[in-house]
Ligand binder design. Structure first.
Ligand SMILES: [Fe+2]
Ligand SMILES: [Fe+2]
Length: 139
């Protein structure tokens, strides 16, 4: 499985700061996928996953501030925030499993991490696209 270094234009929201963070998160996925292949029980894997967790939390905070100003309906904003919380809960569970050396399927772990970033982007973040112009301007 390979992962593109350049974000697909279909995944660009149009808000430069957000697109930059998404690209950074996607390059972390690339680092996990390799080559070279990264074992789940390696130092390298835990280093990238720890950094990914910090970046995800910061990114969600930034994105939620934009969501509040977006003009999207309140129920969509709430669903989007909930999706962020769910991802952070899954992240915490994964960290726990990695620390307790649970038997994990590497492909399933990578698919889950990819869904946090790429799947979530397609399902939720792209809804910000119609508001990109207004949200790209400083408050
Ligand atoms: Fe999001
Ligand atoms: Fe996002």
């Amino acid at each position: 499985m390979s992962f593109p270094n350049h974000p697909d234009a279909a995944l660009l929201v149009g808000i430069p700061s957000l697109d930059r963070e998404h690209a950074e998160l996607m390059s972390e996925i690339g680092r996990l996928i390799g080559p070279p292949a990264v074992r789940l029980d390696s130092e390298r894997f835990s280093e990238v996953v720890s950094r990914l967790g910090r970046k995800l939390a910061e990114h969600f905070e930034h994105e939620e501030a934009l969501l509040e100003r977006s003009g999207l309906p309140a129920d969509e904003v709430a669903a989007h925030r909930r999706a962020h919380r769910d991802i952070l809960e899954q992240y915490t569970a994964l960290q726990f499993d990695l620390m307790s050396r649970a038997a994990l399927d590497p492909a399933a772990v990578l698919a889950m991490i990819r869904s946090w970033i790429v799947g979530h982007l397609a399902a939720h973040d792209l809804k910000l696209r119609p508001f990109a112009g207004a949200l790209s301007r400083p408050e």
